[in-house]
Every structure is written in structure tokens, then in C-alpha cells.
Write a protein that binds this ligand. Structure first.
Ligand code: MN
Length: 268
């Protein structure tokens, strides 16, 4: 496996080059990150995506210098300051990935279902803005305060070692009023923070790929308004309705629909 960035920003390499190299954007609805990220003031954003790929994990992404620094956390975050969770650093993602929820086609990099599990803003716990985050990242010790819907308060990310690949870090809660060893936030939070869907609902394609710039609170109309039991049973019915609604969809959503249809045909 290539190891271009190994935790350091590869001097000379374009930002997101590793992200782009791993993906075929004619097949996945994930953003290519080529569009400029909208300027949203001085606040730093974070997102956590629940990702059922070959292994279920949670992807923690924090904004820094125009990209999302990213870690795969197999067990997800904990509210217990005694519990340290392995966080494997992965390639930087585009900021537009913060709005991605949907299905990555099987056979593509990271193939599987992606749920927006939490999102919000964060800041370095001791203040100092992006400069402090950059210093902490380079030093291997990030102390950050989360302002999410589900994750709140102070967390630490501490780098352990660099093997031949990307560094491994530990993610853990710092003691504050939001710490709670009795709660299991991963087990109690099974739905999307933006669309309210379960992993199963996202995987079955109910509701469209969520990729708008609406406020995080906006509910997903396609998912919310679908009558219970209206899930199409016959394959040709599904195809027809997919075609009918294609006009309303963006290119990315249409691609996702097309690849779903292709897979359905392959299975048939
Ligand atoms: Mn992932």
C-alpha cells in the first residue's frame, strides 16, 4: 500500500491527492472535493460517520487547513474517560465529505454504507484556533472540545506510534460535565444525525443521498414522507420509480441510482 502522507503533509503533493487516487468518481457518489469548500466563518467543523465497510467503524474527521483530518475508530467514541479507543489515521478528506451519507458501491474503496452519525464544530480546548490544532496535530497530542449533537465537551487524541503505514492514535474523553461512564453512546445512537435513518434504511436506498447544504437540522423529506410499507417489492417497479425521480436528482445521486440498478441486474 502506498504511504504518501504517513501523517505528515506530503510536501509537494496536492492536498487530497491520496483521497482522489483511491476513488473512482464515475462509480462512487462521494464528493471529489474539487469544488471549493464554502467559507463558513472561522469555526472549525467536525463530523463522525458510521461506516459499514468490510469492518464496521466510525470515521472521525476534523477540519484543519482546508481539509478534514481523518481517523478510523473501530469502536467509536466513548463518554468514559477511562476508555481509550484506537483511532487509525487515514487520508485527508475534502470538507464536502461532511455532507456525505449514502452507499459506496461494492468493489469501490470503502464500499458499504455511510451514516452521518454526528456533526458540529470544535475548538482547541486551550484556545488558539487553527494554529493550536495544527501544532497539536504535529506534536501528536490534540486536545479538542466538541460542540456536536451527540459528542460534547473535551476529548484528546494522542499519537502512539508510526508503523510502516499511517500512525495510530488513541481517542478518549477528558473528564468534564459531559463525561458519563454509565452511558454507551455508540449503542444508544443508531440513527443518522441529519436524516434520522438507520444503517439498514440508508443501505436500502430509502431517502436520497444526503448532500445538500441545508441546515444540519433539516429533516430528509424523501425519507420522512415515504409511507410505511411503500418499499417497492418488484424489481421493475423500483426501476420505474428510480427513472421517474431521476430528473430531480443531482448527477451524483443519479450515478448512485445507476450503480444500484447495475448491481441489481448483476444479481438477477
Ligand atoms: Mn471509513
Amino acid at each position: 500500500m502506498a504511504r504518501t502522507s504517513g501523517g505528515k503533509s506530503a510536501a509537494g503533493a496536492a492536498p487530497l491527492s491520496e483521497y482522489r487516487r483511491k476513488r473512482d468518481f464515475s462509480r462512487t457518489a462521494e464528493p471529489s472535493g474539487e469544488e471549493r469548500a464554502p467559507t463558513r466563518g472561522s469555526r472549525l467543523h467536525f463530523v463522525i460517520q458510521k461506516h459499514a465497510a468490510s469492518h464496521l467503524h466510525f470515521d472521525l474527521r476534523i477540519e484543519l487547513d482546508g481539509v478534514m483530518k481523518s481517523w478510523a475508530v473501530p469502536k467509536g467514541p466513548s463518554l468514559d474517560p477511562q476508555v481509550k479507543r484506537l483511532a487509525m489515521e487515514v487520508e485527508d478528506h475534502p470538507i464536502s465529505y461532511n455532507a456525505f451519507e449514502g452507499t459506496i458501491p461494492r468493489g469501490q474503496y470503502g464500499g458499504g454504507t455511510v451514516m452521518l452519525w454526528d456533526r458540529g464544530t470544535y475548538e482547541p480546548t486551550g484556545g488558539g484556533g487553527a494554529d493550536a490544532v495544527r501544532r497539536g496535530y504535529e506534536k501528536g497530542r490534540l486536545e479538542i472540545t466538541m460542540h456536536g449533537k451527540r459528542l460534547l465537551g473535551d476529548y484528546a487524541l494522542v499519537r502512539m506510534r508510526r508503523d510502516e503505514g499511517k500512525p495510530q492514535w488513541l481517542l478518549f474523553k477528558r473528564t468534564d460535565e459531559h463525561a458519563d461512564p454509565k452511558r454507551d453512546i455508540v449503542a444508544e445512537t443508531m440513527t443518522s444525525v441529519t436524516t434520522g435513518r438507520t444503517m439498514e434504511q440508508i443501505a436500502s436506498g430509502r431517502g436520497r443521498v444526503w448532500q445538500s447544504n441545508r441546515a444540519p437540522d433539516a429533516s430528509e423529506p424523501a425519507a420522512a414522507h415515504r409511507a410505511p410499507g411503500s418499499r417497492p417489492v418488484r424489481r421493475d417497479t423500483k426501476k420505474t420509480s428510480a427513472r421517474k425521480s431521476a430528473g430531480r436528482k443531482s448527477t451524483a445521486a443519479r450515478r448512485a441510482t445507476t450503480s444500484r440498478a447495475k448491481r441489481t441486474r448483476k444479481r438477477a
